[in-house]
Design a protein around this ligand. Sequence first.
Ligand code: PGA
Length: 256
Amino acid sequence: MSNVAPSSPEKLAAGNWKMNGTSADLSILETIIRDLAPEAGAGALICPPATLLSAAAHLSKATPLRIGAQNCHEAATGAHTGDISAEMLRDAGATHVIVGHSERRADHRETDDAVRAKAEAAQRAGLTAIVCVGETEDEREAGRQIEVVTSQLAGSLPDGATADRTIIAYEPVWAIGTGKAATPADIAEIHGAIRSALSTRFGAQGSAMSLLYGGSVKPANAAEIFAVENVDGALIGGASLKAEDFLAIHSALAAG
Ligand code: PGA
């Protein structure tokens, strides 16, 4: 970990394949690797299921594409049948790990405390944690989106989080997989609130953390979303399963 904050957040297009993909789908990565613009001023990351991590990392070795995981256990080793530690993910070739995705918060009842422990584990293993936050539709309708997101953020980030090891993804639950992305005004409001909370708590490190938007990002809306202040990239679900869509989103980010 570096104590010197980068001067500005890194731009990143991150794909989250969720529970999709078998070895036949490594061809998607081959296409992305082949066509990824080498000079692009934006990073590219794909998070395949754990079963494909080693093969994906092997394919992307010595290319600009980085490989991440979708979850980790908080402990380094131990009697946790079926779980995978951050150290194991790193050993398999991951550089990043998503923690606290809303599907895990909902399906596995992960609390902010659990997410923070996973983010700490990622730091311990030398991985960059992509920490997800986002309100539900009911919370937004009640006008509680800022309160919900800033409270998740406060509880999910470890003290001492640094910009080189921490990325925040704002993913409104109602926009995930629905085809209905948040509007630029919605995104600007929340990303502004997140940036200000990060800068207050972490100083220059918080000002330099990348803030990704996630939820129905596609080639058609990417440029508009990337033009929003405090948006440094995207966490892309469905569209990252199509090489040409992921590449188009990455190009929109690099061009913005
Ligand atoms: P989506 O998923 O792009 O398919 O809406 C985003 C996510 O959950 O990371």
